[in-house]
Design a protein around this ligand. Structure first.
Ligand SMILES: Nc1ncnc2c1ncn2[C@@H]1O[C@H](COP(=O)(O)OP(=O)(O)OP(=O)(O)O)[C@@H](O)[C@H]1O
Length: 260
């Protein structure tokens, strides 16, 4: 697996013609292999932007390009060979096992109704091991806990062998250990990653770049250190934010308080 260049130019989205945009024109560019964090308050437009990136919704204006190709000019199947998404809502599984769910990630790479070949099985085995799912692979997906399901959905996305991985709040439902494991995995994958996160400290730790959205508008794009200033975080999230150095690691840490 290796990443792809992602370029978003003036992409906006509005639900109906006469309504205000939910996402106003937004532009950014990330080189192959970088991790971009999307942060912002509830309703800021994070999931809406992600939907444009994995070709679920067409932008009302602007373009999304992967390695210079507009994703709406390619067949959906071709986009699915490049981009995989892990979403907050998990589809109903109708009695499928964990392994069968993960195998669905191979669909864009198969011809017609062909069943899983040797390469498909090897990829599925690899991601099952990577996400520590060996003990669960024959369980009915619907019997899993929220955190176990989340790991299965990450495994399914990786089975797609994408160049770009989109994750919408991937640490929801995960206990601390599995949060750290999923975040470490994100850092270690040789892919371009776009991840929405509510935890700004987590975002600052794992992301190369951050895009801040507020009320459907891009507020800034840049490195976590340069962008996530006390002023920007306080204004965007309507809190008093303080940035401190944690001893002994000397890493930067944001803390938050309600304004008095
Ligand atoms: N299909 C739609 N029709 C009308 N409004 C919509 C539609 N989809 C999203 N919205 C609105 O757009 C805004 C942004 O929603 P979005 O889900 O992108 O925000 P978010 O930043 O991901 O929020 P959260 O952090 O709460 O998950 C919200 O006010 C939402 O109600």
């Amino acid at each position: 697996m290796s990443g792809a260049h992602l370029k978003v130019t003036d992409a906006s989205w509005r639900p109906h013609r006469r309504m205000d945009p939910v996402l106003h024109p937004t532009s950014f560019e990330i080189a192959a292999g970088r991790v971009l964090g999307i942060v912002g308050p509830n309703g800021a437009g994070k999931s809406t932007l992600l939907r444009l990136l994995y070709r679920y919704q067409a932008p009302s204006t602007g373009r999304v390009e992967i390695n210079g190709q507009n994703i709406w000019a390619m067949p959906a199947r071709k986009t699915a060979q490049h981009v995989a998404a892990v979403l907050q809502e998990q589809a109903a599984a109708f009695g499928l096992s964990v392994r069968e769910i993960i195998a669905l990630g191979r669909t864009p790479h198969r011809e017609g109704y062909a069943s899983a070949g040797t390469q498909d099985r090897a990829v599925i085995d690899e991601v099952i091991a990577l996400l520590d799912l060996r003990g669960l692979e024959h369980r009915d997906f619907s019997t899993l806990s929220g955190g176990e399901r989340q790991r299965v959905m990450v495994a399914r996305a990786l089975a797609q062998q994408p160049q770009i991985l989109i994750l919408d709040e991937p640490t929801n439902h995960l206990d601390i250990r599995h949060q750290l494991e999923v975040l470490a995995l994100i850092r270690q994958l040789d892919l371009t990653i776009v991840v929405s996160l509510h935890d700004l400290n987590m975002a600052a730790n794992i992301c190369d770049d951050i895009l801040v959205l507020e009320n459907g508008h891009p507020r800034g794009f840049g490195s976590p250190d340069a962008l996530l200033t006390e002023t920007l975080v306080s204004d965007t999230f309507r809190v008093n934010a303080r940035r401190e150095k944690l001893a002994p690691s000397d890493s930067s840490h944001l803390s938050f308080h309600l304004p008095t």
